[in-house]
Design a protein around this ligand. Structure first.
Ligand code: SF4
Length: 332
């Protein structure tokens, strides 16, 4: 039975070493709160990370944890989950770690539908290594690696996850403390790979990169919070609606005032094409979509009997004989 826990139960004695004002603090707060609410005891929870500012997470959450190598956190987490399916496994990475160095590992964790909670802390920059542009940096980003402005088009992480076959894709932002815990709770409850993109501010190297969604008040016109079964409306007065055009797979804006709710498309989180259209909205008059964009569960990798039969636990002797069987050689 789940215990009554508080965020303090998931707080370590480690000094938190992010820059003052970093968005990671707010995300950490949301994660601890969410873990307490979920109620799994700390010894049943594991945090796995790669390299980067975000990758310091396992030090600050009082659970089991692995600070692994660059980009390989999804692979290590896959092993953890397969070895002990009862564990609640969270994987935390930044945009460089998850989408560049570890892009390959992330993609396969998603397509295999491993039961992992994958949190992408997207600040659109390499923070730890002093501000080089990353796979999600917008065109024109001036950085030590692109002093004249970057020319690469940024990767849309949610679209990438949908393309890789993820069955749960959601978005939120560091400062949205009324929203992020809700999204994290949904992600944890989903059986299978849950991909959550969290827009995060790097106050030192990419300040205000997600301006417009930093606070609830600012985000009224720039974002839309989607909810299953609810009309796609936004704006302070809820007077703007989004209509999904299935002919071209795009969202259209309708400024219909009082009629916006009637005209807007109803969000269906099981509709993959709609999720793609919502994820694609970038810039212009269209808002950034936040919330659960897609959730359509299927058997996760670990509970699929056929997949599980591929794995067996070997004794030390059996493993040793397997490793030394046949084509091995000694390097002198
Ligand atoms: Fe946060 Fe940026 Fe500092 Fe890294 S460099 S800790 S992302 S503010």
């Amino acid at each position: 039975m789940n215990q009554v826990l508080t965020a303090k139960d998931f707080t370590t004695d480690q000094e938190v070493r992010w820059c003052p004002g970093c968005g990671d603090y707010a995300i950490l707060k949301s994660v601890r709160t969410t873990l307490a609410k979920i109620g799994r005891p700390p010894h049943e929870v594991v945090f796995v990370s790669g390299i980067g500012c975000a990758a310091r997470f396992p030090y600050y959450v009082d659970s089991y944890g692995f600070h692994t190598i660059h980009g390989r956190a999804p692979a290590v987490a896959t092993g953890v989950k397969l070895a002990n399916p009862d564990l609640d496994v969270w994987v935390v990475g930044g945009d460089g770690d998850f989408l560049s160095i570890g892009g390959n590992h992330l993609l396969h964790a998603l397509r295999r539908n491993m039961d992992l909670n994958l949190l992408l802390l997207n600040n659109a920059i390499y923070g730890l290594t002093k501000g080089q542009y990353s796979p999600t940096s917008s065109v024109g980003t001036r950085s030590p690696s692109t002093p004249g402005g970057s020319v690469d088009r940024p990767l849309n992480a949610a679209l990438m996850a949908l393309g890789a076959g993820a069955r749960f894709v959601a978005r939120s932002a560091d400062t949205l403390q009324d929203h992020l815990p809700e999204v994290l709770t949904r992600a944890q409850a989903h059986k299978g790979a849950s991909f959550v993109e969290i827009f995060q501010n790097c106050i030192v190297y990419n300040d205000a990169v997600w301006a417009g969604m930093a606070t609830k008040a600012e985000s009224f016109e720039k974002t839309i919070r989607v909810a299953h079964g609810e009309p796609l409306v936004f704006g302070k007065e809820r007077d703007k609606g989004l209509v999904f055009d299935s002919r071209n797979g795009r969202m259209e804006l309708t400024e219909a005032g009082d009629d916006a709710e009637k005209l807007a498309t109803i969000h269906d989180e099981t509709n993959w094409a709609l999720a793609c259209a919502l994820s694609s909205m970038e810039g212009g008059d269209l808002p950034t979509a936040l919330g659960v964009l897609y959730c359509d569960p299927v058997n996760d990798y670990g509970s699929d009997q056929e997949a599980r039969n591929h794995f067996t636990t070997l004794s030390r002797d059996e493993l040793s004989s397997l490793l030394h069987d046949g084509g091995t050689w000694e390097v002198k």
